[in-house]
Write a protein that binds this ligand. Structure first.
Ligand code: G3H
Ligand code: 13P
Ligand code: ZN
Length: 305
């Protein structure tokens, strides 16, 4: 079933679990998420970025995801991740996305509000949910108080932002960042700030840059030749704490990329005679599926479909 992010996230925030938003680029990633969701009886958000659209095409991706949702018993949404302009938002709404993110986090406060409001006015009449972002995703290691204030989400501004835009979910910056290199030393998130924000905002809050970069995947990839020294993610205990403080949607891309890469390397190294793409991509899909299932259990969404 294809549903909106609002349908998935309002109960999550109320009941204290989170729904994973998994980035997809091709058939294998969609299958991995859909099969994991079915086996875990978990809702899932299938996230598509503008660069995924550039790679695979809006029509291909939206039809693959809709086919997955329509043939599954669990609830899934088709979500635009990090849309940055009104044109992309409009195209995704027209293509049947059930949720869109407008990422105006690089804009000034008033400009972010104006663009976000414009997208809400486009999306809501068509029953499409809207996520926005306030603050900038960046690590906070070795930053001064002033530097942190400049990038992390300000709780009072966040309250004003959601009431003036009417968004359905808000992505907050509390020290996470995209990719496989999130921290040089200890992982550090600003939980006090998250607590203050969730005390002021009743909406589902979103954690981007939430991959854990599991050591076992890095070790497997390295064993077969990958060079990923210094990769570090968000510890699972931090994820659990963030959910207890109002995070209801958690974005995962890097951990899927790592599982894919480690497994493709393993197959190619161990089976040098293999050249059937299905025998190479099939195990990679299974590896991503196991990662997604693990996230669903960690986030508490298993059994909630
Ligand atoms: O923020 C989302 C992704 O991790 C970056 O994805 O390479 O498809 O833009 P992208
Ligand atoms: P990761 O790079 O930590 O997987 O974050 C993905 C993300 O935030 C997609 O929007
Ligand atoms: Zn993101």
């Amino acid at each position: 079933m294809l549903v909106t992010n609002k349908d998935l996230l309002v109960p999550a925030r109320r009941k204290g679990y989170a729904v994973g938003a998994f980035n997809i680029n091709n058939l294998e990633t969609v299958l991995a998420v859909a099969e994991a969701a079915t086996e875990e009886k978990s809702p899932a958000i299938i996230a598509v970025t503008p660069s995924a659209i550039k790679y695979a095409g809006l029509s291909y991706l939206s039809k693959i995801v809709k086919t997955a949702a329509e043939s599954s018993a669990v609830s899934m949404s088709l979500h635009l991740d990090h849309g940055e302009d009104f044109e992309t938002e409009s195209k995704c709404v027209a293509a049947g996305f059930t949720s869109v993110m407008i990422d105006g986090s690089h804009l000034k406060f008033e400009e972010n509000i104006a663009l976000t409001k414009k997208v809400v006015d486009l999306a809501h009449p068509k029953a499409v949910s809207v996520e926005a972002e306030l603050g900038r995703l960046a690590g906070i290691e070795e930053k001064t108080v002033e530097e942190k204030e400049a990038i992390l989400t300000d709780p009072d501004s966040a309250k004003e932002f959601v009431s003036r835009t009417g968004v359905d979910a808000l992505a907050v910056a509390v020290g996470t960042s995209h990719g496989a290199y999130k921290f040089k030393g200890e992982a550090e998130l600003d939980f006090e700030r998250l607590k203050t924000i969730s005390g002021k905002i009743d909406l589902p809050l979103v954690l981007h840059g939430a991959s854990s970069v599991p050591a076992w995947i890095i070790e497997k990839a390295a064993k077969y030749g990958a060079e990923l020294g210094g990769a570090k993610g968000i510890p699972e205990e931090h994820i659990i704490r963030a959910i207890s403080l109002g995070i209801a949607k958690i974005n995962i891309d890097t951990d899927l990329r790592l599982a894919f890469t480690a497994t493709v390397r393993e197959v190619l190294a161990n089976q040098p005679k293999e050249f059937d793409p299905r025998k190479i991509l099939g195990p990679a899909k299974e590896a991503m599926k196991e990662v997604v299932k693990g996230k669903m259990r960690l986030f508490g969404s298993s059994g909630k479909a």
